[in-house]
Design a protein around this ligand. Structure first.
Ligand code: PEP
Ligand code: MG
Length: 755
């Protein structure tokens, strides 16, 4: 029988669903091995779990080997094929397992008949040993490269579930020895108004939830609940409702944000199902404690244990437990109404992980205030795509205010009010409860007053942006920042997972041009599971194409996914951070190699995608003619071009006043690029934020630019500006701006125009 399609195996939701239906980790692992064995048409599938302390692997689940061997077969790190795969962090695929020098026959587990052997390490964040996934089959040479890829994809998903389950187990251990922590004391509010920087706009009001990394608040139940009527029956119902809600939330997130949010509520579900958690609550209720008190008591017990743990991954779970406590209490008090754990609340944090931003957004948080950070960082981009207002502030004192303090964020202005007066609240009332405006009229094409066509494409960060792209009639995707699925997940997304994401982008705007940018990591965008080099200047280091060329398997996997998703589509592949023609040619060579591989494998793909560099480094401007001659298109990344041309860190608030898009050097550089593109008859666009500033957009159109790419929500505003613009007026404007040699003159000119 033929093996199943790899896509099926890589389907993350299958694994998530499997987890939801399981009653314990052992149960889950057993179901997982059955499913993998079935899809792979393999006689045997087993999972070994690794114990860091003893450096030993134990057989934890098997389909095909003797069931009694579970828990009894143990291998040291480096012992046998399984131990070697774990030690070297590399898959081992053997046509004849017994021929491998590391092969170790274990008697009595019925593995004699299985010659073909495939062992894939289960790794968290690419390096942390979790276990080994093994398939075996009697037919020699049974497993191939695609099977390795499929098992790797599954192993990375398994890693997350297993890690969370292990954390829970270690918690049970810790539980035996510790006592609950006292609630931290908060000093009174120190400030009432803060000026910060907008990361994601909007006006919202809510009560403060502080995540400061120092201490953790306990869950409280109102004092007048002393005679709480809630019974064991109520509790059981609340538990069931909580599980259903979380399962639904997980499903919804996967539907909406499947590109980045895999198994995001996994830890919540796991704790909820853990007998140590709900069982302890039941026990207290049985002993006469009212149900809500029982919930808060056990939750607080867990919070204090998590908070005290020396394991940072366990400390991260404090929030999850607290979320769960709130959810259970809410369901006890008002059965089944899910308003979201953070509805009506504003989170104030020292820093947040991208996955936290996703989780909070999914749980209806009103807004976010972050003490450190910068507007162009990836959590800002995420917050914008998720439409969650977010402000960065420089004052850490805000972390000392009392939980529950009323906060008003005017993220349009970057302002935060702490405990605002009635007057301020009244002033902001219309903005906070603003009715959804009727969607502005948008047109499928954009022309200036004199009939010149300006093509408006959109920038996409998350798949959810495609909804706006469609609504606002984007004419194509001018920039897909492919790094987001890489940054937010716990593992490198597999070729199949990437292909699925890229296919969804094509499907979002059928028949339109789609520009997929290859991985732009490095700089401030670190992959949590990859061992990035320690770099003194990461923005001048192994970023974007430099990272891809140094990590060819990752680069090839991505290009293959793009080529496959782009089959019979209008695909453009864009290479970020090009500083030389040589790097661009090297990237082209890798693309050619991928095409050849796919052709040899007989896999359908796009044989002739357009390929172009991002022009975002001063070096690229100096060699722009040569680059244009090698390229199908050029795309100007003004966000970085400004940073590198002016030597101003785009993520450093303290020099943000020097980061100006209308600096004469920037204007002249952009002019040179567009001129070179026109002279070499090469398509050119701008995908940086410079095109969002209407004075600059006028300049760009004035120097001959006819294509831009902007965040989709800005399309209506930009379109209506262009419809009012005459190209001759834009030309005059550009000519004047290009004459100025100082910023002072440019500033004066622009401010006179706005008077
Ligand atoms: C740019 O540099 O202008 C750009 C669009 O890319 P990013 O903001 O992702 O660096
Ligand atoms: Mg850039």
């Amino acid at each position: 029988m033929a093996k199943d399609n790899v896509d099926l195996i890589c389907d993350i939701s299958e694994l998530a669903g499997l987890f939801e239906r399981s009653h314990s980790l052992a149960d889950f692992l057993q179901s997982a091995v059955s499913i993998v064995a079935y899809h792979m048409r393999a006689a045997v599938c087993s999972i070994y779990l690794y114990d860091e302390q003893t450096e030993e692997l134990t057989l934890a689940a098997t389909q095909g080997l003797k069931p009694e061997s579970v828990g009894n077969v143990k291998l040291k790190l480096g012992e046998g094929i399984v131990g070697t795969a774990m030690k070297d962090l590399q898959p081992i695929c053997e046509g004849h397992g017994s021929a491998n020098p590391n092969f170790k026959r274990i008697e009595g587990i019925f593995e004699e008949n299985y010659e073909a052997f495939l062992a894939v390490p289960i790794l968290l964040r690419g390096v942390m040993r979790v276990g080994v996934l093994v398939t075996q089959d009697p037919q020699p040479d049974y497993f191939h490269i695609n099977d390795i890829k499929a098992l790797r994809a599954i192993a990375s998903q398994l890693a997350v579930v297993i890690e969370n389950a292990k954390l829970l187990m270690s918690l049970h251990e810790a539980r035996k020895q510790t006592t609950p922590a006292a609630a931290p004391e908060h000093s009174p509010a120190m400030v009432s108004f803060l000026k910060g920087t907008t990361a994601s706009s909007g006006v919202v009001q809510g009560t403060a939830v502080i995540l400061d990394g120092h201490g953790y608040d306990v869950l409280t139940v109102a004092a007048d609940d002393e005679t709480s009527p809630y019974t064991l029956e109520d509790f059981n119902l609340a538990l069931q409702e909580s599980e259903e809600q979380l399962t639904e939330l997980q499903r919804h997130m996967e539907e909406r944000l499947g590109d980045v949010a895999s198994l995001i509520f996994n830890a919540h579900l796991l704790i909820l199902k853990d007998m140590g958690f709900s069982g302890a609550m039941r026990k207290l209720i049985d002993q006469g404690t009212p149900a809500d008190r029982a919930v808060s008591s056990v939750v607080n017990d867990y919070i204090s244990l998590f908070a005290k743990s020396s394991n940072p991954r366990l400390r991260e779970k404090v929030l999850d437990v607290k979320d769960l406590g709130h959810r259970l209490l809410r369901n006890l008090q008002q059965h089944g109404e899910d308003h979201g754990d953070y509805a009506g609340q504003i989170i104030i944090a020292r820093e947040l992980l991208p996955s936290d931003v996703l989780k909070f957004a999914a749980q209806s948080v009103e807004g976010l205030i972050i003490v450190q950070g910068s507007v162009t960082s990836h959590i800002s981009i995420l917050a914008r795509s998720l439409r969650v207002p977010m402000v960065f502030v420089e004052k850490p004192e805000i972390l000392d205010i009392d939980e529950g303090t009323v906060i008003l964020i005017d993220a349009n202005q970057g302002t935060v009010f702490l405990d605002p007066s009635e007057k301020i609240l009244r002033q902001y009332e219309p903005l906070i409860h603003k009715e959804e405006d009727a969607p502005p009229e948008v047109f499928p094409e954009t022309f200036t007053r004199d009939g010149t066509k300006i093509t408006i494409h959109c920038n996409v960060n998350l798949l959810s942006d495609m909804e706006f792209a469609r609504q606002n009639l984007a004419e194509g995707v001018g920039l897909y920042r492919s790094e987001f699925p890489f940054i937010v997940r716990d593992e490198f997304p597999s070729e199949e997972a990437q292909k699925l994401i890229y296919e969804k982008i094509f499907a979002g705007l059928p028949d339109k041009e789609v520009t997929l940018r290859t991985l732009d990591v490095g700089g401030d965008k670190k992959l949590p599971y990859h061992q990035h080099l320690e770099e003194a200047n990461p923005f001048l280091g192994l970023r974007a194409i430099r990272f891809s060329l140094k990590n060819l398997p990752i680069f090839k996997q991505q290009l293959r996914a793009m080529l496959r998703a782009g089959h019979e589509k209008n695909l453009r592949i864009m290479i970020p951070f090009i500083s030389s023609v040589d790097d661009f040619l090297a990237a082209k060579d890798v693309l050619e190699a991928c095409k050849k591989e796919l052709a040899d494998e007989g896999v359908p793909f796009n044989p002739s995608p357009a390929m172009g560099p991002m022009i975002e480094l001063p070096a690229a401007v100096e060699i722009i003619d040569e680059l244009a001659q090698e390229s199908d298109f050029l795309c100007i990344g003004t966000n970085d071009l400004i940073q590198y041309l002016l030597a101003v860190d785009r993520t450093n608030e303290s020099v943000s006043s020097l980061y100006v898009c209308h600096h004469p050097a920037v204007l002249r550089a952009v002019y040179r690029i567009i001129n070179a593109a026109i002279n070499n008859d090469v398509d050119v666009s701008v995908c940086g934020d410079m095109a969002l500033n209407t004075e600059m957009l006028k300049f760009l159109i004035g120097i001959g630019l006819r294509k831009i790419s902007v965040d989709p929500q800005h399309i209506p505003r930009i379109q209506s500006f262009i419809r009012e613009l005459h190209t001759e007026e834009a030309r005059q404007h550009a000519r004047k701006l290009l004459r100025f040699g100082t910023l002072r003159e440019v500033n004066r000119f622009l401010s006179e125009r706005s008077d």
